[in-house]
Design a protein around this ligand. Structure first.
Ligand code: UDP
Ligand code: LCN
Length: 820
């Protein structure tokens, strides 16, 4: 029946399906829609829509029929509805990324399709009664640039942009040989610090290039495969070939063959392989601005978490991959990676007041810190990521000069991280004309319900007006977007993705975004991070265990005295431990987990709880959310009398020791719990899995994609604590009966990691993107330029004005401007 309904859906389109369904169940539909309208103008959430059907239809058989029919299906796909009697306007998400807006007249149950603009305008009228005329609202429409750019159509292709870009590029270069001219120009421009690579001006037409490739192929065939390139480079140069084709006769020949085949008849497979071999990326700038960016003593400090871990591991993986490629290209260039962050003079015992710091376990990578320079002087203190916007323009200019000074050339690729890093990356990429990739880590919009429509309510605390504008600017300016999961882009069948929520939204009184980003844009790519495997290795690798940490970990977990590092104690050491570790942000829901545990007697009888989060004295925190969470933790420990069964440990910033801590928890046959109300990706989840610890992860966000429920871990619902704590208790009950159950789960978690979540896979993908999207950008120069002009207007007229509204604190301790 469902298949039949779905087919009908597809055949008719959503509007006609709804019209049909309303006609067929006219009596019930009318009662149901009347129920909405009698309560007046408002925004209705999806749960209420289904509840209305359940309440209006008394007869069970009839109710099931409607709920399982097209009407039920459409209402289940509805994300929200605007009620303006006699109309109920549904925002329907038929599948990931596909939205329809339908206006139902409750009086006669007729349906009309409306545009996103009309829908958003109706929504605004509910929230902003004194608004200016709807027509006077500023509209942002990035879709206006879409007309000449290819878009994907299948939800299953979302996030796989790289593969489609190679196909689209193939078709652009196909046909006449002269269509390959842009590729020739691209190759002619390749160089490393001014030294030409691949080809020179001798090969200034495609047909000359094609002929020279044939000559070179014949020449190379006479050479042993492993002959080093230096022995024949001079000969190739005579024909117009420069360095970069490969380190041996065989590799040079292969690369040339790929190009010859592309020129003969382009195909995506050769295109991808050829671009992955091109010497394009040697120097990378990575922006990560907010928080404390450092290599020790920073994790767990406010605004300082997974992003730092991600970038440090990412740099190491990228450097290794670039070095490998340089070798294979037959070059002896030195790469350079700079992570540009903020210099914080009041560094709280970290190294964040130092300008340059070499990155451990790398040869050519550094952290470069640039201070926030304001009209009042240099800002000495940490500043929340929500208040960071007024400093970014100066920062980007100062950073650009510093990068040129340190790198002695422009970077080949710029990567941004999070809203602040991404907008600065966009400004710098525009200035230098360089390829840009963005990484969100988390888009804040999804974390707070109705943060767009209620932006005014949140403004003082979070400055979402700046944040969402900045996010829109950078996601549109970027040449490619890296995400950790599919859900980050387009969510799941039930829930929209983080990027998807930027497709159409409104901030009444500020602007109406009728087309913010299209998740079918082939710029989206999933490249999931890994966890450093030398730190997070499984408990089964006994000989590698870091036993020197065991006395300290024993102290941390079991010492009975409260101190600055731990409070609470565990009476029964024989019980398994359920463990969690996160920053003490509201959204991480460590207090939620504590409460579930407190309330569930069965769980308390089966296991102990250990959490690593924040610290214990709220007066010492500068972070608004952290202060409130600290207080709440103390209240819960009292309320549920948790001492004896729960241990609260302050933030732990020694990564290597934390790796051993996960394994010590695994020794107790325990589990890791990630209870977040929403988690963008969740590095702790893959860290725990790498150590062989079974995991229970929130079903809200990335972790639900990392873990396959019931196979490589379990999903829990953070909004249903009772059900979640029961699910955890069931697991430990089952482990008592089936002694191998725990091991099976542990193994399945590891298998999942090795298949999908490693840094090697990641680095390879990102460098390929840098190369391919750089060419794509050139192929579509006009579109890129037009869009950039639109972005400039949004930046100048909107973002700058909003950023100025955020107050810059008075600077009481003047700071020296010289580098430390
Ligand atoms: N972390 C840590 N000590 C703490 C809290 C967190 O070392 O007290 C580390 C944790 O191991 C992980 C990162 O910080 O590597 C947190 O990343 P995640 O993606 O889980 O969350 P985020 O903080 O980025 O939102
Ligand atoms: C930020 C987050 O909130 C986490 O979900 C991610 O794992 C982390 O960044 C690294 O991407």
């Amino acid at each position: 029946k469902q298949v039949k309904d779905f087919k009908l859906f597809m055949d008719l389109g959503i509007k006609d399906s709804l019209a049909n369904a309303l006609k067929q169940s006219r009596y019930h539909a009318k009662r149901c829609f009347d129920r909405f309208t009698t309560r007046g103008r408002r925004l209705v959430k999806p749960e209420e829509l289904i509840y209305a059907i359940e309440k209006t239809i008394d007869d069970e058989l009839e109710r099931t029929k409607v709920l399982e029919g097209s009407l039920g299906q459409i209402l289940r796909s509805t994300q929200e509805a605007v009620v303006i009697p006699p109309y109920v306007v549904l925002a329907i998400r038929g599948s990931p990324g596909r939205w329809d807006y339908l206006k139902v007249n409750a009086d006669d149950v007729t349906v009309h399709a409306i545009t996103p603009t009309q829908y958003l305008s109706l929504k605004e009228s509910i929230y902003d009664k004194d608004r200016v005329k709807s027509e006077d609202t500023v509209e942002v429409d990035f879709g206006a640039f879409d007309f000449c750019m290819p878009r994907l159509t299948l939800p299953s292709s979302i996030g796989n942009g790289f593969n489609y870009i190679s196909k689209f590029t193939t078709s652009k270069l196909s046909g006449d040989l002269e269509n390959a001219k842009p590729l020739l120009d691209y190759l002619l421009a390749l160089n490393h610090r001014g030294e030409k690579l691949m080809i020179n001006e001798t090969l200034d037409t495609v047909s000359k290039l094609q002929k020279a490739l044939i000559v070179a192929d014949v020449y190379l065939s006479a050479h042993p495969k492993d002959e080093p390139c230096r022995t024949f480079e001079h000969k190739l140069k005579e024909w117009g070939f420069e360095k970069g084709w490969g380190d041996s006769a065989e590799r040079v020949k292969e690369t040339m063959k790929m190009l010859s085949e592309i020129l003969q008849a382009p195909d995506p497979c050769n295109m991808e392989s050829f671009f992955s071999r091109l010497p394009v990326i040697f120097n990378i700038v990575i922006f990560s601005i907010h928080g404390y960016f450092g290599q020790s003593d920073v994790l767990g400090l406010p605004d300082t978490g997974g992003q730092v871990v991600y970038i440090l591991d990412q740099v190491k993986a990228l450097e290794e991959e670039i070095l490998l490629r340089i070798k294979q290209q037959g070059l002896n260039a030195k790469p350079r990676i700079l992570v540009v962050s903020r210099l914080i003079p009041e560094a709280q015992g970290t190294k964040c007041n130092e300008e340059m710091e070499p990155i451990l376990n790398t040869m050519y990578s550094h952290i470069l810190r640039v201070p926030f320079h304001t009209s009042k002087g240099i800002l000495p203190q940490w500043v929340s990521r929500f208040d960071i916007y007024p400093y970014l323009e100066n920062f980007s200019q100062d950073a650009a000069s510093k990068v040129l000074e340190v790198m002695e050339c422009k970077p080949d690729l710029i990567l941004g991280n999070y809203t602040d890093g991404n907008i600065v990356a966009s400004l710098m990429a525009k200035k230098f004309g360089v390829t840009q990739g963005t990484i969100a880590h988390a888009l804040e919009k999804t974390k707070y319900e109705d943060s767009d429509i209620n932006w005014k309510k949140f403004e003082n605390k979070y400055h979402f007006s700046c944040q969402f504008t900045a996010d829109l600017i950078s996601m549109n300016a970027a040449d490619f977007i890296i995400t950790s999961t599919y859900q980050e882009i387009a969510g799941s069948n039930k829930r929209p993705g983080q990027y998807e929520t930027h497709a159409a939204f409104t901030m009444p009184g500020l602007c109406r975004v009728v087309s913010g980003i299209n998740v079918f844009d082939p710029k989206f790519n999933i490249a999931s991070p890994g966890a450093e495997q030398s730190v997070y290795f499984p408990i089964t690798e006994k000989e590698k265990r870091l036993t020197s940490f065991h006395p300290a970990i024993e102290e941390l977990l079991f010492n009975k005295e409260d101190n600055n590092e731990h409070m609470g104690y565990l009476v029964d050491r024989t019980k398994p431990i359920i463990f969690s570790m996160a920053r003490l942000d509201t959204v991480k829901n460590i207090t939620g987990l504590t409460e579930w545990f407190g309330k569930n007697k069965r769980l308390r009888s089966l296991v102990n709880l250990v959490v690593v989060a924040g610290f214990f004295d709220p007066s010492k925190s500068k972070d608004r959310e952290e202060m409130a969470e600290i207080k709440k933790m103390h209240e819960l420990i009292e309320k549920y009398k948790l001492k004896g069964q729960m241990r609260w440990i302050a933030a732990q910033n020694d990564r290597t020791r934390n790796g051993e801590l996960y394994r010590c928890i695994a020794d107790t046959k325990g589990a890791f719990v990630q209870p977040a109300l929403y988690e963008a990706f969740g590095l702790t989840v893959i860290e725990a899995m790498n150590c062989g610890l079974p995991t229970f992860v929130t079903n809200q966000g990335g972790p639900a994609e990392i873990v396959v429920d019931g196979v490589s871990g379990f999903h829990i619902d953070p909004n249903n604590g009772d059900e979640s704590s029961e699910k955890i208790a069931d697991f430990f009950t089952k482990c008592k009966v089936d002694v191998e159950y725990w091991d099976r789960l542990s193994q399945a978690g590891l298998q999942r990691i090795y298949e999908c979540y490693t840094w090697k896979i990641y680095a390879n993908k990102v460098l390929n993107m840098g190369s391919m999207y750089g060419f794509w950008k050139q192929l579509n120069k006009e579109n890129k330029q037009a869009k950039q002009r639109y972005i400039d207007i949004l930046y100048d007229l909107q973002f700058k004005k909003l950023a100025k509204n955020i107050e810059i604190p008075n600077i009481t301790t003047p700071v020296k401007t010289e580098p430390t």
